[in-house]
Design a protein around this ligand. Structure first.
Ligand code: PMP
Length: 452
């Protein structure tokens, strides 16, 4: 292709070469440290995804506070990645840092609850609704446990997910559509089971497709994000969520709403802001201010059904829970986050900042007549290097331009702005300032000036 998303390849390559050199010139200490110390790790990274950052090599972080991050070479970054949502409320929010200090000398894990646990339970219900809660450590685990409950209660095997979705490293969600058929996602490491026996994929915003899948009578639950945030950003069409709810009830499937990312929507997540009625609710990542914690809950009706089911099985291994989950440090952080960080005032700041950011990016796109668009879900903003809106995962896959986006990400980084890898996601935290937002908009504008 001679151009990508309207960008002539020659210009892209010229910018790429310049930005790579600039990145390397600004990070000699990181390069030296990695050359000396990365060898014990598989492929030189402590977590496999870190290979997917687009820069010539990784920076090493020295410290982070609020919406700023400093690397060991002394580069200060305005952080719009925020740990890909784990730090959506800012790095080390003071109430959470204080809770950690308080708990630090009182034991870190004992497989027994604390008084903080009881208060966290009350706050979870106050924030997210009358669900009966469980605590997990990752959203991946929370989704897996929801899936177990759904299968147990319906006695059906399949989970309906949307093409292009991501719900963590959950086997049952690792399927996609190929020529209209559900297949295992390409690229899965060491996959031996036939994932299509436990999952069926449909396109987002396709209620007819969903009904056809449900009509087979073997679907235990629909697992979905309210907005597809892991596939560029695909918004639900008007009526889509009402349709999902109606269809799931009609065909006896449960509805699991994964709010891990859309918790950016506002107080109580998208579910609360838009009045969704899930049977099960999942949130993770930022829910305890960055302390690894996830929560999952089910309606009271479902909890009663689960209780009755639970009586019928032999005691012991349920396949739900992990040893370090529901530990006192998680509860201290969960309580602090829910009561003092996840507040209406903080959400108002995030919302206003994200509106400023999306308006700035949109304006730049318009001025440069780039065939791109911007989508915002509360504090979460995404620019997409294709015209919009996108309606489903198939369209999102076509809109995604990893080669081009990698160059943009490195160029933004060289201009002091870090955005999430893999796609073009930016988060505005309670600590993010208008000045930081304007810096990102200016950096984006500079990149577009190079391209168009
Ligand atoms: N659900 C959604 C919607 C996600 O985006 C992710 C991670 N990106 C997860 C679940 C899994 O979170 P974790 O990696 O913390 O398990």
């Amino acid at each position: 292709r001679t151009s990508l998303a309207g960008v002539p390849r020659g210009r892209l390559q010229a910018l790429e070469a310049r930005e790579k050199s600039r990145f390397i010139a600004n990070r000699p200490r990181a390069a030296e440290a990695l050359a000396r110390g990365a060898w014990p790790f598989l492929d030189g990274v402590p977590m496999h995804w870190m290979r997917d950052w687009p820069m010539p090599h990784l920076p090493l972080v020295s410290h982070a506070k609020g919406a700023s991050l400093t690397d060991i070479d002394g580069n200060q970054l305005h952080d719009f990645c925020l740990g890909d949502t784990g730090s959506m409320f800012g790095h080390s929010p003071e109430p959470v840092a204080e809770a950690i200090r308080r708990q630090a000398g009182n034991g870190l894990t004992y497989m027994l609850p604390t008084e903080d646990a009881l208060e966290a339970g009350r706050l979870l219900t106050e924030r997210f609704g009358p669900f009966r809660w469980q605590i997990a450590t990752t959203a991946t685990d929370a989704n897996r446990f929801c899936i177990r409950v759904a299968r147990a209660l319906t006695d059906r095997p399949k989970i309906l997910v949307f093409n292009g979705c991501y719900h963590g490293t959950v086997d049952d969600a690792m399927v996609e559509l190929a020529d209209g058929r559900t297949v295992a996602r390409r690229g899965l490491v060491g996959q031996v089971q036939d994932l299509t026996r436990g999952a069926v994929a449909c396109e987002f915003n396709d209620l007819e497709g969903v009904e056809t899948a449900l009509a087979a009578g073997d679907v235990a639950a629909i697992l979905t994000e309210p907005v597809m945030t892991n596939s560029c950003m695909v918004l639900p069409a008007p009526g889509f969520h009402e349709g999902l709810r109606d269809l799931s009830r009609r065909y006896g499937a449960l509805l699991i709403i994964d709010e891990t990312h859309t918790i950016s929507s506002g107080l109580g997540g998208y579910t609360n802001v838009h009045g969704l009625e899930p049977d099960m609710f999942v949130a993770g990542k930022c829910v305890a201010g960055g302390m690894p914690t996830a929560v999952w809950g089910m309606t009271n009706d479902l909890a009663d059904r689960f209780h009755a089911y639970d009586e019928t099985r032999p005691p012991g291994h349920s396949g739900m829970g992990t040893t370090l989950s529901a530990n006192p440090m998680q509860f201290a952080c969960l309580r602090a986050t829910l009561s003092e960080v996840m507040t209406a005032a903080n959400y108002a700041h995030m919302e206003a900042g994200a509106a400023r950011l999306s308006a700035g990016l949109r304006d730049a796109i318009e001025r440069h007549a780039a065939p791109w668009h911007v989508v915002r879900v509360g504090a979460r903003v995404e620019f997409i290097c294709a015209p919009g809106p996108l309606r489903n995962g198939a369209e999102a896959a076509l809109a995604h331009e990893p080669e081009l986006e990698g160059v943009i990400h490195t160029a933004l980084l060289n201009r002091g702005c870090l955005i999430a890898p893999f796609h073009n996601m930016m988060l505005v935290s309670p600590a993010t300032t208008n000045d930081q937002i304007d810096r990102l908009v200016d950096a984006f504008d500079e990149v577009l000036t190079e391209f168009f």
